[in-house]
Design a protein around this ligand. Structure first.
Ligand SMILES: NC(=O)c1ccc[n+]([C@@H]2O[C@H](COP(=O)([O-])OP(=O)(O)OC[C@H]3O[C@@H](n4cnc5c(N)ncnc54)[C@H](O)[C@@H]3O)[C@@H](O)[C@H]2O)c1
Length: 350
């Protein structure tokens, strides 16, 4: 389809807004309907430069609201579902919203997609659904799409529920579902509660960088642009190659919390004395990493941006957009304030 109308839920958040930019650039004939509740994580400033593009429509709404979802989706060809509660630490403190949005919201979207015979439904899942990256015998190795799901946090469990629910709509109803499980993203427009933007904002403001435990637990990092390129490729691929399938997406850059903190301190010219080691939490995953060979073999996708280059670009972006950060701080999100200022050590896990 050359000129699809694409409903992008959660399109005012971090990855969703980057994706909207990406798809408008790549598919000049596409129309995009950004559908977003604008929770604390949603931010219209993420779309400021494209909101007046006549190919873009913004609608504020909740993916749990079947009526408004129906009104919007009935005019769409494809759906990409980014909308979710996404912060692991908030899911430990207040899991209810995660069940509502990540599971019931996805269910509502899938039901309406089935009714309106949506031609492509992409469910943005996450590598968090695997739990610790390990082979069935327990040996540590990057997760494969065929591995068992062992989510460890309410966030991961709610995403795992939506992931499998989406698959069931393919298996049961033939809805053309594509499921992606990407590793940790970083880049412009990421809400500063997450690890890297928190480190960057704190380093730029001369505040401590909290490091969980001994800082050795690792994640696999991908620049958000590489993630969006993979999603775009999957969305436009021949349906028989992707429908009903799960694809891991990886940056192939495993790094520990401590390595990330040190990298940010170095780029911002801050001393290592800003490191602050804090108590780890139960349920913290030691290693997240995914094997993305399936996507590479099927569609020839590979990440292009090395971490060393991507983190430099990201720090520069945050340095050059102090007003973006200030507007977020002006909302007085107590969870974020606690993370950034008072008890920075409590809330930064991604
Ligand atoms: N950030 C990562 O590293 C990462 C990695 C893999 C997968 N993912 C997945 O990618 C997606 C986007 O993640 P992100 O980091 O951009 O998240 P984010 O928190 O920055 O953005 C989430 C967006 O969803 C919107 N939203 C929340 N509840 C909604 C509701 N009920 N109805 C409509 N909109 C709602 C928010 O307003 C916000 O704009 C999520 O599904 C997440 O699970 C994220």
């Amino acid at each position: 389809m050359e000129h699809p109308t694409i409903m992008v839920t959660g399109g005012a958040g971090f990855i969703g807004s980057n994706f909207v930019h990406h798809i408008l650039y790549e598919m000049t004939g596409a129309r995009v309907i950004v559908f977003d509740k604008l929770t604390y994580a949603g931010n219209l400033e993420n779309l400021a430069d494209i909101i007046k593009d006549k190919r873009v429509t913004f609608i504020q709404g909740d993916i749990c609201n079947r009526q408004i979802v129906t009104e919007v989706m009935s005019a769409c060809d494809w759906v990409v579902n980014f909308a979710a509660e996404t912060h692991v630490d908030r899911s430990i403190a207040e899991p209810e919203a995660f069940i509502a949005t990540d599971i019931m919201g996805a269910f509502t979207l899938l039901e309406v997609a089935r009714e309106y015979k949506i031609k492509r439904f992409m469910q943005i899942s996450t590598d968090e659904v695997y739990g610790n990256a390990e082979a069935p015998g327990g040996m540590s190795r990057p997760s494969l799409e065929s591995d068992a799901l062992k989510p460890l946090s309410p966030y991961a469990a709610s995403k795992a529920g939506a992931d499998r629910l989406a698959f069931s709509y393919w298996a049961t109803f033939g809805l053309p579902v594509i499921i992606t499980r990407c590793s940790n993203n970083y880049g412009p427009y990421q809400y500063p509660e997450k690890q890297l933007p928190l480190y960057i904002c704190n380093a730029l403001s001369n505040r401590e960088l909290p490091v969980y435990g001994d800082g050795k637990s690792t994640r696999d990092w991908i620049h958000v642009e590489d993630h969006c390129a993979a999603l775009s490729l999957l969305l436009r691929a021949p349906l028989e190659q992707v429908a009903g399938e799960v694809f891991n997406i990886s940056g192939n850059e495993e790094r520990s919390i401590l390595e990330n903190a040190l990298a940010v301190l170095k780029i911002t010219g801050q001393p290592d004395s800003l490191l602050s080691f804090v108590t780890d939490r139960p349920g913290h995953v030691l290693r997240h990493a995914v094997n993305a060979e399936k996507l590479e073999k099927r569609l020839g996708w590979q990440p292009h941006r090395r971490f060393s280059e991507g983190i430099l670009q990201t720090v520069t972006w945050y340095r050059e957009h102090p007003e973006w950060i200030q507007h977020i701080l002006a909302r007085h999100d107590s969870f974020l304030e606690h993370a950034l200022i008072a008890g920075a050590h409590e809330i930064h896990r991604q």
